[in-house]
Design a binder for this molecule. Structure first.
Ligand SMILES: [Zn+2]
Length: 190
């Protein structure tokens, strides 16, 4: 029985490592995917972009009016759901993979990482995944903070609540319980 359980756990670890590797690959120039017309579970912030929506500042669509912006809502929800998926994989790995647990413990997130500008870390697969995913997470929370007032208009209350829930979970896991503004206070303001 224990063999079956071990096998099951190893399988889950492998699946989650594969899923996170795909997430990281999409952040590279060769792995970038085109933005779908109706993004769903899609990381719209995986790559730099030049043309963005005036309301939500995300690529792939444009809305001129915050009070009629269904595509902004779709784009923001796509990102929230994307991070809910990532959180599921991260939590599973953190619980079941000793190597991943150690990589998270050794991670040193900084405010600067939100810019996702160079200086990528090498190392074992787990270390690389934790670093790249932390950068992407900080980029997302920085974006959401930037458009926060608009997001409150575009999204329903329950949808903002989903953002809050995933933010609490991933700040806990990836940032040692700190928030983006905590990192700002620690790294920049002093
Ligand atoms: Zn928009």
């Amino acid at each position: 029985m224990s063999t079956f359980t071990d096998h099951d756990a190893a399988d889950r670890i492998r699946q989650s490592l594969t899923a996170l590797s795909a997430v990281v690959r999409e952040m590279t120039p060769t792995g970038a995917k085109p933005i779908p017309a109706h993004p769903d579970h899609f990381n719209l912030l995986a790559r730099p972009f030049s043309e963005t929506c005036l309301v939500c500042k995300l690529p792939g669509h444009s809305s001129a009016n915050i009070n009629a912006s269904p595509r902004c809502r779709v784009a923001l929800l796509s990102l929230i759901v994307f991070w809910e998926d990532v959180a599921t994989h991260l939590t599973s790995l953190y619980q079941h993979s000793k190597r991943f647990h150690q990589a998270v413990q050794a991670s040193q997130p900084t405010y600067e990482m939100r810019r996702d500008a160079g200086g990528l870390k090498g190392g074992d697969l787990e270390d690389v995944l934790v670093e790249r995913v932390t950068r992407a997470w900080l980029k997302f929370v920085a974006h959401f903070s930037w458009i926060r007032a608009k997001a409150n208009v575009v999204l329903a209350v329950g949808e903002v609540g989903r953002y809050e829930a995933v933010a609490a979970g991933l700040n806990g896991l990836l940032l040692g319980g700190l928030t983006l503004s905590d990192l700002y206070q620690r790294d920049i303001a002093q």
